[in-house]
Design a protein around this ligand. Structure first.
Ligand SMILES: CC(C)(COP(=O)(O)OP(=O)(O)OC[C@H]1O[C@@H](n2cnc3c(N)ncnc32)[C@H](O)[C@@H]1OP(=O)(O)O)[C@@H](O)C(=O)NCCC(=O)NCCS
Length: 270
């Protein structure tokens, strides 16, 4: 059953305590997707579409924009105004209007009497976008639905990503084109073999992050001794959010209901 969830200050506070800091807007929050999977800690200042599959990896920071129907890896940094998962409209039907497949669209009266929505016509959300770990998206990046951006990639500000981006590639422009790789192939291969983002950075100990050769050597040797274990984060999913909301909702609603008659009475006076 779908419980209506409202992202009030108290719900945000409760989620923050569990490691999910969410300061953005929740779009479509009345029907949380069962495929909502947020590893903690994660920090989201963006507007999130929560009715479609959404996965965010631990230590990822989203700083604005609109994001939905996407899987994002760990240790990613997204700048302001990033847009992912906007969906699309039919292009070779009679019309581009969603009225053709969604009779309740905007509650417009002309929608009644139209054929009901079917699974076949929910086509526009099929293209799930995948973004790897350690990815940096610059200001104002637009990512087209269904694209895969590989681990370690960098996307320059204002780029429009229409094709898959290779791991550790740096791409810019509209449409985005590769200008270089972050590292030589041999280093990229080692990084992709290691997948260091499975671990807590602090487990790497005293490590010079700015020296890629030394850093790789140290992590490789740590892993070969089996001294560090993969990070197992707490997960925030739809059931946790609903649980927290259910705990908070009743007293909050009671407080709001208590104020309603006072406000109504005040209006009547004028
Ligand atoms: C992608 C980026 C990291 C590339 O940096 P870089 O490797 O130092 O690139 P350079 O400045 O050497 O530029 C290389 C080429 O790409 C072009 N280029 C760089 N950034 C570009 C961009 N955002 N859009 C279009 N072209 C760009 C340069 O004009 C240059 O082209 P040229 O070779 O024809 O002269 C950087 O340009 C960028 O966009 N950073 C994001 C900034 C941001 O959004 N910060 C928010 C903080 S989270």
């Amino acid at each position: 059953m779908n419980i209506p969830v409202e992202f009030t200050d108290s719900l945000r506070q409760a989620l923050r305590k569990r490691g999910f800091s969410f300061n953005g807007v929740a779009s479509g929050s009345f029907a949380l997707s069962p495929e909502l999977h947020i590893e903690t800690p994660a920090n989201v200042n963006a507007e999130l579409g929560l009715t479609y599959p959404l996965r965010i990896g631990a230590f990822t920071h989203l700083n604005g924009g609109f994001i939905q129907n996407v899987t994002i890896g760990r240790y990613c940094s997204f700048a302001r105004d990033v847009k992912i998962g906007h969906g699309f409209h039919p292009m070779n039907w009679l019309s581009v209007s969603p009225l053709q497949y969604n009779p309740s669209y905007r509650n417009w009266p002309c929608a009644s009497g139209l054929p009901p929505m079917t699974d076949i016509t929910r086509f526009q959300w099929e293209k799930h976008t995948i973004i790897g770990s350690d990815v940096w998206l610059g200001n104002g990046v637009f990512v087209q639905d269904g694209v895969t951006i590989g681990d370690g990639a960098i996307v320059g500000s204002s780029a429009v990503v229409t094709r898959d981006v290779a791991p550790y590639a740096v791409v810019v422009g509209c449409p985005a084109r590769q200008i270089r790789m972050r590292f030589p192939d041999i280093i990229v291969e080692r990084l992709l073999r290691l997948k260091w983002w499975r671990y807590l950075m602090s487990d790497f100990g005293q490590l010079d992050f700015s020296d890629i050769h030394q850093a790789l050597e140290r992590i490789e040797s740590l892993l070969s001794t089996g001294k560090i274990k993969e990070y197992q984060p707490e997960i925030i999913d739809a059931s946790i959010i609903k649980q927290e909301w259910a705990l908070l909702a009743s007293p909050e609603r009671r407080r709001r209901c208590a104020f309603k008659p006072v406000i109504k009475a005040l209006f009547k006076c004028f």
